[in-house]
Ligand binder design. Structure first.
Ligand SMILES: *[C@@H]1O[C@H](CO)[C@@H](O)[C@H](O)[C@H]1NC(C)=O
Ligand SMILES: *[C@@H]1O[C@H](CO)[C@@H](O)[C@H](O)[C@H]1NC(C)=O
Ligand SMILES: *[C@@H]1O[C@H](CO)[C@@H](O)[C@H](O)[C@H]1NC(C)=O
Ligand SMILES: *[C@@H]1O[C@H](CO)[C@@H](O)[C@H](O)[C@H]1NC(C)=O
Length: 541
């Protein structure tokens, strides 16, 4: 008996150890102490600028509108005459920013990037609820700004989710009390389409806002709301498949905000898996808002193969409980970062506590029970209204956090955060520099056609295996713990050929169709033994 007992004890402690391994090559850097606005929404564009915006009816921000402009809005609930800006353009390379002009209210809105690279940003609150706002990174000059159409949508869209489609249009799904979807741009006489699944998943706490939407490789949409999902043929307005309720039954969408990603797609792109992590147990929102009792957040992730006829959820336990986390696909194609958020409570004003400062990396192909690795903790709590996105250089840009009705820097436990930080996974550690490939693009965008081969030349001082991995990542729109349009493809590639003097060339095949990868701008990375190059911008069409 005794030896067996000891053996099982050792096993348990080994498992425990494995679950809490710390990758201490990761690090944090403060990029800007204040960009003047709190980063509620972020989108990287193909000029390496990040478009950042908050809501417009918070009162004053900490940055002025360009050229001494002011905004007069009799419908604004906080400040009818406002000379402060609520959006900025952050230039990653020079680490600088300038104010932009948004006039209609972007509170809890959504976006996609069109195939031509413009951000198409939709909805919000009050005078912004039907607005479409466009920012064109290709516009000439240093004073390019938002162009707004306040009445371009058929319905109000507040807490809706957008997804770019194979034809390059955006679908806009749901929003508060909107159990339907619409498209932008629209075909003539197209209106709204009913989606009863959204009313079926609406509970007394809502818990179905900002649904998690992923474009499946068969062209249908996976839509997750509250604690379950469907596969939607949005053209036929038909539910193709109903997935089982996620075990435990806890809600995962706003205000019980968990997060979700489509896991990296393999070169064959014939299967797809979705991962949903964190959230809050049912009743947490009412408990926090009515009784000020903050329930411990969910510690589980559910994983499901959405291309299977009748798949089951596989549940896994994270090393830390987390609500309002952000999930970011790392360019290695083998890792998902879970960052930001709280250990208790829910999304909403003053409803979160116990900031989770420690990011976690999940390795989808790791052995079960050994997939999570703790990362170096930050020092800045990032609670409600915080965001995280991948940059082209492999760093993760982290910003926002404002759990208050307005900007509040004093007499509060978690002051409004105007800072920007970068989290660097350990592939950016000095120790990895010999392995880091460098793609030669001469700074220009590579044009890709569906299904065609293309060549990437790169250098690497240490390449022990010519079988490098080539990945392609769509820059995502991050808000409220969900990154819309986030998509990573592992591309088919041949063994790299050596050209001598640390020079190599790899032949890669572009994705086969818009269902696998909608048209537009992506970042392509060469990955050598887990170390990605800087990305190269490509345009797929
Ligand atoms: C990194 O982790 C190793 C192993 O746990 C430890 O020995 C080392 O001191 C750590 N280094 C830093 C900088 O924390
Ligand atoms: C923002 O402006 C307010 C009012 O001027 C000031 O008290 C506060 O310190 C500023 N915060 C930051 C982070 O710049
Ligand atoms: C900040 O929050 C505190 C505590 O709720 C409140 O007393 C104060 O008025 C708030 N300040 C602003 C500028 O809203
Ligand atoms: C090189 O990498 C490929 C793909 O990961 C692997 O199958 C192969 O065994 C590796 N070869 C060597 C020599 O490590």
């Amino acid at each position: 008996m005794a030896p067996r007992f000891i053996w099982s004890c050792i096993l348990v402690s080994l498992l425990h150890l494995a679950a809490s391994v710390t990758a201490n090559g990761s690090r944090w850097a403060l990029l800007q102490p204040s960009i003047g606005v709190s980063a509620m929404h972020m989108q990287l564009l193909h000029n390496d600028h990040v478009i950042i915006f908050d809501r417009t009816d918070f009162g004053l921000s900490n940055i002025s509108l360009p050229a001494g402009n002011c905004r007069d809005d009799p419908r604004d609930q906080a400040l009818q005459h406002d000379c402060s800006a609520h959006s900025v353009d952050y230039d990653v390379v020079s680490n600088s920013f300038r104010p932009l002009t948004i006039l209609t209210d972007t509170w809890c809105s959504s976006a996609t990037v069109a195939p031509d690279g413009r951000i198409i940003q939709t909805g919000g609150f009050n005078d912004g609820e039907r607005a479409v706002r466009i920012f064109d990174p290709c516009c000439d000059g240093s004073n390019c700004d938002w162009v707004e159409n306040p009445s371009a949508l058929a319905s109000r869209r507040w807490y809706a989710t957008n997804q770019i489609l194979p034809d390059g249009r955006a679908i806009i799904i749901g929003g508060r009390r909107q159990f339907n979807y619409e498209f932008y741009p629209k075909f003539s006489d197209e209106g709204i389409f009913k989606l009863p699944f959204l009313s079926q998943t609406h509970d007394p706490e809502e818990n179905n806002l900002y649904p998690f939407v992923h474009l499946n490789v068969d062209g249908n949409l996976f839509v997750f709301a509250n604690n379950r999902a469907i596969l939607l043929d949005y053209r036929a307005v038909k539910v193709m498949r109903s997935y089982p309720v996620m075990p435990e039954g806890d809600p995962r969408n706003y205000p019980s905000s968990g997060s979700s990603v489509l896991l990296p797609l393999s070169p064959a792109a014939d299967e797809a898996e979705v991962l949903v992590c964190g959230g809050a147990p049912k009743g947490s929102y009412i408990s926090a808002s009515k009784n000020r009792v903050f329930v411990t957040a969910s510690s589980t992730c559910g994983r499901i193969k959405i291309t299977d006829e009748s798949p089951e959820w596989q549940m896994e336990t994270m090393p830390v409980s987390r609500v309002m986390g952000d999930m970011v696909l790392l360019p290695t194609g083998a890792e998902v970062l879970i960052i930001n958020g709280a250990g208790a409570g829910t999304a909403g004003w003053e409803l979160g506590s116990n900031p989770v400062l420690t990011p976690v990396i999940y390795q989808p192909d790791g052995p079960p029970g050994y997939r999570f690795t703790l990362q170096k903790p930050s020092t800045i709590p990032r609670l409600y209204h915080s965001t995280a996105i991948m940059l082209r250089d492999g760093r993760v840009l982290v910003g926002g956090s404002n759990p208050h009705v307005g900007y509040n820097f004093s007499s509060v436990q978690y002051p409004t955060e105007l800072s920007l930080e970068a989290f660097s996974p350990d592939y950016l550690d000095q120790k990895a520099s010999d392995r880091r490939p460098q793609i030669d693009t001469e700074g220009s965008t590579i044009e890709l056609a569906y299904g065609c081969e293309f060549a990437l030349s790169f250098t690497a001082s240490e390449l022990r295996n010519e079988s490098v991995t080539v990945t392609m990542l769509a820059p995502a729109f991050a808000t409220h713990s969900f990154s819309m349009n986030q998509r990573l493809l592992i591309l088919a590639s041949k063994a790299a050929m050596s050209g001598g003097e640390s020079r190599y060339c790899v032949t890669v095949t572009a994705p086969p169709s818009g269902m696998v990868a909608p048209p537009g701008y992506y970042m392509v990375f060469v990955v050598n033994e887990g170390v990605p190059s800087d990305g190269a911008w490509v345009r797929l069409r």
